[in-house]
Structures are given as structure tokens and as C-alpha cells.
Design a protein around this ligand. Sequence first.
Ligand code: DAH
Length: 357
Amino acid sequence: MSLLERVSALEAEMAKAKARTAAEVEQFRVAMLGRNGAVTELFDAFKEVASEEKRLLGQRLNQLKKAAQARIDELKAGVQESGPSSGPAIDLSAPSLTEPTGSLHPITIVRQRIVDIFGRIGYTVSQGPEVEDDRHNFGALNFPPDHPARDMQDTFFVHPPDPARKENGGGPDGDLALRTHTSSVQVRVMEGSKLPIRTISPGRVYRNEAISARAHCMFHQVEGLYVDKGVSFADLKGTLDYFTKSLFGQDVSIRMRPSYFPFTEPSAEVDMSCSICGGAGCHICKHSGWVEIMGCGMVDPAVLVNCNIDPTEYSGFAFGMGVERIAQLVYRVPDLRMYWENDVRFLDQFTAGTFRS
Ligand code: DAH
């Protein structure tokens, strides 16, 4: 075979070459253009040919070399397009690795919603300590010295109360306990703020209760307080009506029942038409059509006096609700203990998006 014939044969061979992987493309390149490759060999042989043949053969060899390079590039491109079976290229169709994302705790979601709803009508957020003294948790709130809430059966004391001081109208400020309600923050705010006051206080509270599906020794409350000139019970009712409709929808209504709290006079318990059955009766509302959602009332003048506010000039209302209770109505959680177990299968079900508002 003449050299010209060998060039043509090699050209035909190259055109048929195949490669499935990048490694095979490289093999082909070495076989053609490598130090001992077929094309290189022909160039070596070219040196030996007679000069009258050189012109044509030289042109053909240069064409051959270009064709070899073009074929290598073509094979490379083919390998990249065809995906994972042909080597290290990326498979864009493979499913991605999904990182599990966390979600907010249902109590956090509901608390944020409550804060947001009151924020829209000008309520600030205030907080107080969870380890509280007797004056802020009980005394200034008008709890008589022998009130059962002051009993160790109900309250977790950090320092046991001093019975000698108790007889003198309330324990000393040194009697520390885990606060039993967020009403303690009312006192701190009234003592330390300029009037008027419009604030809510979300936080944890503690009670010495046996843990069951319906009771827990720690839970969350949101306290509300509004003190200004001329604040009336009608303002209280309007505010709570706005709140419940904002949280549960325009279809719910509220009613107030007379009640008693040492720190409010008059006091009331607030019921909401059952948001689960629409008032028709279900097991959540015990077939009454109403569910209790909070306590409230007009701040007792004695409490205002305890906080250096003149009750002849100012009046106020207060309310307090359990966040777990509200969340239960929103999410229908059947057992209070679930809020504290932090089982991710439970927590995973709550996202801000699923909240009915
Ligand atoms: N502190 C009360 C409790 O823990 C709830 C409460 C009732 C708060 C009436 C208030 C109120 O501010 O006016 O049960």
C-alpha cells in the first residue's frame, strides 16, 4: 500500500471510530496522534519519500492530522452529552438530596400570631422573669395571704414562704417562686412605665399540677393590659372580639360570663363560639357550642394603687389566655403532653403556612 493509500485508509478508519467514555476518547487520541500513533508514524515515513511526491502527500497528511483532531473533538462532545454511563459527566436528571427543614413549634406559631394581632392595634410586648417574687406574682395583684394559689400544692416555691411574714399580708419579696401566671408582668409594667399602657406579655408559667392529657406543670400564657383615662368594659369586649375574629375568622363570636379574679373587678370568663363545629356542638366544646378561651376584667383599683396609679384618674382592663389552649383549638391537639415531648413526627406537622387565620 502506498503512503497515499494508507492516508485514505486511516481517514476511513477514523470516521468509523467510536468511544463510550472519556477514557476511550483518550485511547483513540493516543492511537492516532500519540508518539507511536498511526498519524505520527505516517509523518515519520513522509521524511523518507522522494521530493516530487512530497507536495501532494504533505497536503494529505496535514488534512489527515486535522481530521484526526476533529474526530477526537467530536467523540469528546458525544461522551459529555450522553451522561453518567459514559463517565464523570453530571446526571442532571438524578433526584437531588433533600435536607429536612425544621418547622416552628406550634406554640411559637400561635404566640407569634397573637403578638401580631395585638401589635396591629398598638400593643407592645413586655416580659418579666420566670422566677418571680411574691409581690409581683401575688401581693400587688391583690391575692389575700391565705389564697389557695399561694399554697405549695399549687405553686413551685424556690424559697419556701415564711409563715410568720404571711400573716402580715403576703410573703416577703424574698419569697421566690416560679411565676404561676403572666399577670406578674402587669405589675412590673405598671410600676415602671408611663401611662397610657397598652401591652401584652407572652411567657412561660408553672404550676404544681400532676401531668395529664389535660394539665401540665408548665405552659404558656399571654397577658394583656390596657390602662388609660376612661377605659371601659365595652373597650375590653371590643378588643377581645377583634382578637378572636382575627385569629379564628369572622364567623366566631364571644360571650362573657361573670367570674372572679383577685386582681380584676368586675371579672369575666370569655367563651368563644366553638370554632371546630361552628357552634352546633361537638366533643371539643362538650356539645355546648362554646369553648372557654380566657379570663379578663377591669383592673381592680386596689391593684392600680399598689402600682402607684391613681384609680380616680385612670382605669384599665386586663386579660389572660393559655397559649396551649388556643393552639388546641387551632390545631386540635388531643393531648397537652405532646407540646413538650418534641417528637419530630408531631412537630413536623406544623408550619406557619398551615395555620388557619
Ligand atoms: N392570671 C389568670 C390565670 O392565670 C388569667 C387572667 C384572668 C389574667 C383575668 C388576667 C385577667 O389578666 O384579667 O388564670
